[in-house]
Design a protein around this ligand. Structure first.
Ligand SMILES: [Zn+2]
Length: 154
């Protein structure tokens, strides 16, 4: 079995940040790493799920809406993937921060929190999303397009 690209990244060196995971044609996959891998500190499902609902909605309502392809959590509970059309890294970083701020400032019903709209709509809690987004925004407040390469041991 061929090892997929994301398994080739040495996870021992990954710290919270934003990384360029892969480029497929004009589709860029960003690794939004919120937690350091394999350190016992993981997002719970309610947190990942609520951040997914909030961030996906805000990103798809941003001025990059037409370029947003996907936003969703990693199964390892240490981050999210964001797929965007085009290589406009600085704009994407700003869109991520804007969506985080929008989520942090939002106080209302979680988007898509109904039986008709979601597969597990009771597993959502805005306070959990607020906590995660506040924490992550602090980590990537000054992140630039020059920092998108995964850290290595060198
Ligand atoms: Zn859902």
């Amino acid at each position: 079995m061929k090892r997929i690209t994301s398994f080739s990244v040495d996870h021992d060196y990954i710290v919270p940040g934003v990384y360029l995971s892969r480029i497929d044609g004009d589709v860029v996959t960003y690794d939004l790493r919120t937690r350091r891998p394999n350190c016992g500190d993981y997002m719970d499902n309610v947190t990942m799920h609520t951040v997914e609902h909030m961030m996906a909605t805000f990103l798809r309502n941003s001025d990059m809406a037409d370029q947003i392809i996907y936003f969703g959590p990693m199964g390892c509970q240490t981050g999210f993937y964001l797929l965007v059309r085009g290589e406009d890294h600085t704009r994407v970083l700003n869109a991520i921060r804007d969506a985080l701020r929008n989520t942090i400032e939002y106080n209302g019903p979680v988007f898509g929190a109904s039986q008709k709209e979601c597969g597990n709509y009771l597993s959502l809690d805005l306070a959990c999303a607020h906590r995660e987004c506040i924490r992550y925004l602090k980590q990537i407040e000054n992140w630039t397009a020059e920092q998108l390469d995964y850290p290595t041991g060198n």
